[in-house]
Design a protein around this ligand. Structure first.
Ligand code: PXL
Length: 281
């Protein structure tokens, strides 16, 4: 069985980051180690939240893993609690990259045109350095704009998305997959570009609801799929279909915007969809 490690926060309530990555990646048949970057009472879209930064644990935990010769088939990063953690994560990549394993970065820091509340304007520059070391990055359009100094637009055409993808590759990563792309009303999806110029896109129904944590769910599913041997296209499309199923299953829940999507009820479907993709991979 493949073993990965994910570096992101534990938000104790609110279904995001590690509380999404761990169950989803495990359900997909991949061992999921964690390196918590911070412990929060909830994610930061709640009005009141606590945050204990765990930066001082990253080095010692990595040292202990090195001493035990622990290796990972992938290193997957999400929400990082500070600019300082971005440089710690870059050092972690340098120590645990073995020439074969995959580095996947979800630069979780912004949405709908704005940075998340805990970050200031200097943060995207630090996150860009993390992205530079990745095989695959999975930003949404807001994050891509902040990473590349591009003005954010809500209405755009294919050439705007293609330029954004090229600028993302110029950061240094091998593949960039841009999420939340919509060229026509009612359809939403993902568009990717790699250094060979290969491109892929996949669109599904655009659900009118908007929930926190869906980006984390998307990235975790992509990583799980890749670790099970899916092609990038199959992993990107599986994750899109799974997130839509979770949003649809959540539509009637109270306060769902805050507590995020009810992915738990859709885990059996995820396993079925994964098996199907594996057969047709
Ligand atoms: O879902 C992204 C995310 C992860 N972790 C924390 C967050 C957010 C988004 O707001 O606040 C702590």
């Amino acid at each position: 069985m493949k073993r990965i490690v994910t570096l992101q926060d534990i938000s104790c309530v609110g279904r995001c980051s590690i509380t999404v990555a761990l169950p989803v990646i495990s359900a997909m048949g991949v061992e999921c180690g964690i390196l918590p970057t911070a412990v929060l009472s909830t994610h930061t879209m709640f009005k009141t939240f606590t945050c204990k930064d765990l930066s001082d644990q990253i080095g010692p935990i990595a040292d202990a893993w090195k001493q035990e010769n622990i290796t990972f088939d992938a290193v997957y990063t999400g929400y990082l609690a500070s600019a300082e953690q971005c440089s710690q994560v870059c050092s972690f990549f340098d120590r645990f990259y073995d020439g074969n394993n995959l580095i996947l970065v979800d630069p979780a820091m912004a949405d709908n045109g704005s940075l998340y509340p805990a970050f200031d304007e200097s943060f995207p520059t630090e996150m860009a350095k993390v992205c530079a070391k990745a095989d695959i990055i999975l930003p949404n359009i807001t994050e891509a704009c902040l990473l590349t100094g591009t003005p954010y637009k809500t209405s755009y055409d294919e050439s705007y998305i293609h330029e954004l993808l090229k600028k993302l590759l110029a950061l240094g990563c091998y593949t960039a997959a841009l999420t939340g792309v919509s060229y026509e009303k009612g359809r939403l999806g993902v568009v990717s570009l790699d250094r060979n110029g290969d491109t892929f896109s996949y669109f599904t129904r655009h659900c009118p609801q908007s929930y926190h944590g869906t980006g984390d769910l998307y990235s975790s599913t992509v990583l799980g799929g890749l670790m099970r041997g899916l092609s990038l296209g199959n992993a990107l499309s599986l994750a899109a279909d799974f997130v839509v199923a979770c949003i649809e299953a959540t539509a009637s829940a109270e306060n769902a915007r805050w507590y995020a999507v009810e992915f738990e009820s859709q885990i059996p479907l995820l396993c079925e969809m994964l098996d199907q993709r594996l057969k047709n991979n």
